[in-house]
Write a protein that binds this ligand. Sequence first.
Ligand SMILES: [Zn+2]
Length: 90
Amino acid sequence: MPEESLVVVRDGDVEKWACLACPGGCGKMIALSLNPSRRPKWHVTLDFWNRPTLKPSVHQLNECGCHFWITNGTIDWYPGRRRTNSRGAI
Ligand SMILES: [Zn+2]
């Protein structure tokens, strides 16, 4: 599995975490809670080709500061915060 892929961690039938390496250049692992009883939480859906769509957007609060969405496996950068060293897709 490519390192830039988004990985959904499941516990039985429950989706717990969506993990991906930050596409903004810092490469840190981002773990997003999919647990509906937690806040904040995210929602991942996969299309026919297993391309992830992630909602809502991800905003890194570290020095990287990147802010993006993932739609059908493609990263869309928040306007004004686009990183020049991004790979553009996962
Ligand atoms: Zn980053």
